[in-house]
Design a protein around this ligand. Structure first.
Ligand code: ZN
Length: 431
């Protein structure tokens, strides 16, 4: 039994040894396999790390951006030099831009925005805001190798284009009450002066802001405010406006009927644009003058025989044609001093007296709003003012009381869209 036991025990030991060897071999194989897999993954990871640039963009260096303010008297060349751009490169930028914009005529108060490459720090882009609507962009682009012709063309070229300024737009609403003038009311209510001028422009066929406003008049309007990089820049379009003048309510709504008919319409869908402007002096000129300077306005009065409206404004203030027409008189005329007459149609003529100088000649065709001359005190006059007359069928009439036909109505097929669009605005205005 013992021997058997012994033998059996020996056999078992022998089998255990074999098992251990197999196990070691298996572990070795597994270990090598695991190493290979890990090694492969590590390589893949390394390779992947080289691919996704964008995933790590936060850590990337950024293009260098420089804002160059244009001071009075500074030239394009000087400004470029200050920004570290060589005269040769500045000239190339200038030449590239010339077809779109003459950079030698950049305006003081504006700025040049320059971008330099994040790695090479080489010039990349110049942006110049030409006016409130458009900007010039000059970009440096590299010539593609595939297009290389073998000639010694430089490796880069410049591309200039004019593009609309991409403002962020917010909608704002403002209101005020007239105590002295609409201009003063705007100042009191912290309303941007430029917004109130735009509002007055929308009402320029309806209200004469020199003569019509009364104490207690109220106005409210909805307009666009333009922002760049979160900073307020200027007012944009007036979208809707209401002016309550002497108890009577006037409304204007901005509407794009089609690409040829964009503008302001009243609550009935008639264009507010009429054959005559209410005043021959724009609101932006009379407003400040009337609240600060000596005030002398003489109204139309058949009893005193002053069959005209006088507008007091400083010397040199532009005078505009109230409607389209032909200049039939432009000369000195006794007590009128320097006078211009415009014939508008078979019935109406307008006369403008005491001008300091003319901007148009006899025979000229003028459009509504064109500057025809400047305020002065020539002829029988005690101070700078415009003597403005409207003549209808050879009779001098009061231009402020003349009822003109309403402007063109929105076409029937567009009316539903118009009324739907202004509904929300009317609610906002409380109209
Ligand atoms: Zn007068």
């Amino acid at each position: 039994m013992d021997k058997i036991k012994h033998c059996a025990s020996f056999e078992a030991k022998e089998q255990n040894l074999k098992k251990t060897i197999y196990l070691i071999i298996l572990i070795l194989i597994l270990a090598i396999g695991a190493f290979c897999i890990l090694k492969h993954n590590a390589l893949t990871l390394e390779a992947n790390q080289n691919i996704p640039e964008t995933a790590k963009i936060a850590d990337e260096p950024r293009d260098r951006y420089e804002l160059v303010e244009i001071a009075d008297g500074s030239t394009f060349g000087e400004l470029m030099s200050q920004a570290g751009i060589s005269p040769g490169l500045a000239n190339e930028i200038y030449e590239a831009a010339l077809a779109e914009c003459d950079l030698a005529k950049i305006k003081a108060g504006h700025s040049l925005e320059l971008t330099f490459d994040k790695i090479s720090d080489e010039f990349k882009e110049l942006v110049y805001k030409m006016d409130s609507e458009d900007e010039l962009a000059v970009n440096c682009k590299s010539n593609s190798n595939e297009n290389a012709t073998g000639t010694d063309e430089s490796a880069y070229f410049f591309e200039a284009k004019v593009r609309p300024i991409n403002y962020e737009v917010k909608i704002a609403a403002k209101e005020g009450e007239v105590k002295t003038s609409m201009y003063e009311a705007a100042l009191e209510n912290n309303i941007d002066e430029r917004a109130i001028i735009e509002l007055a422009n929308a009402f320029q066929w309806t209200i004469d802001f020199a003569m019509d406003p009364r104490v207690g008049d109220k106005f409210k309007f909805i307009y666009e405010e333009r922002y760049l990089n979160g900073e307020y820049q200027m007012p944009g379009k007036i979208l809707a406006g209401q002016y309550i003048n002497d108890g009577k309510t006037y409304q204007v709504y901005y509407f794009e009927e089609n690409e040829n008919n964009i503008g302001y319409f009243d609550e009935n869908g008639n264009s507010v644009q009429k054959i005559f402007l209410k005043a021959p002096v724009a609101f932006k000129y009379i407003s400040s003058g009337f609240t600060t300077g000596a005030r002398y306005i003489e109204a139309f009065n058949i009893y005193t025989g002053h069959r005209a409206v006088d507008y007091a404004a400083p010397y040199g203030t532009p005078i505009r044609a109230v409607g389209d027409g032909t200049v039939i008189f432009a000369a000195y005329n006794g007590s009128y001093g320097n006078m211009i007459s415009i014939r508008h149609n078979g019935a109406y003529t307008t006369n403008y007296g005491h001008m300091s100088r003319f901007a148009v000649k006899k025979g000229a065709k003028v459009k509504q709003g064109d500057v025809i001359g400047y305020i002065g005190s020539t002829g029988l006059s005690t101070g700078p003012h415009l003597h403005y007359e409207m003549v209808k069928n050879n009779v001098k009439i009061n231009p402020l009381k003349e009822v003109l036909p309403p402007g063109e109505a929105i076409k029937e097929e567009n009316q539903a869209r118009f009324f739907a669009e202004i509904k929300k605005r009317q609610e906002e205005l409380g109209a």
